[in-house]
Ligand binder design. Structure first.
Ligand code: INI
Length: 161
């Protein structure tokens, strides 16, 4: 049996981070977590580009345009959708998740989902660098591992064993 997995060595890889301005109190902390995780795994600071979008709803269209550039090994999406008094947040979170999944599949590119979906601000703060860790860090590490896994898989193409 062989095991194929991505290592966590990020040297030479390029990442796009897409961050939402909506709930910037939270997203700024997710960005810090993501940048820290990448650079601690060998990614050069110059190989990380940060793109801002207004909110989670705009993440898929930005991700698609960025994927089209063909410049990045992975996209890390960071945002926070927090339940409001109406059902607006449900549409925003649902369409962001669906759209981002489609971009990843269409472009064969890891698109990690670092968009918090929370009932309140406290839940979001807990996941943005306090009690429950930092989901920006987790999203960055998932992007790195998947990018490296995809390189491994592609290196197998055409080889019989
Ligand atoms: N955008 C978010 O990123 N988080 C939210 O919690 C949110 N809520 O709840 O409304 C939100 N809405 C804005 C949305 O993403 C778009 O920017 C807006 O609808 C304009 O297209």
């Amino acid at each position: 049996m062989r095991t194929i997995q991505g290592d966590m060595l990020g040297s030479g890889l390029r990442f796009a981070i897409i961050a939402s301005r909506f709930n910037e109190l939270i997203t700024s902390k997710l960005i810090e977590g993501a940048k820290d995780a990448l650079t601690r795994h060998g990614v050069s600071y110059q190989d990380i580009d940060l793109f801002w979008v207004p909110g989670a709803w705009e993440q898929p269209v930005a991700a698609k345009e960025i994927a089209l550039l063909g410049k990045y090994d992975a996209i890390i999406t960071l945002g926070a959708v927090i339940r409001g008094d109406t059902t607006h947040h449900e549409y925003v979170a649902g369409e962001a998740a669906k759209g981002l999944a489609l971009v990843g599949l269409e472009y064969r590119l890891p698109v990690s989902f670092g968009i918090l979906t929370c009932d309140n601000l406290e839940q979001a703060l807990i996941r943005a660098g306090s009690k429950a860790g930092n989901k920006g860090t987790d999203a960055a590490l998932a992007a790195l591992e998947t990018a490296k896994l995809m390189k491994e898989i592609r290196s197998m193409e055409g080889k019989k064993d």
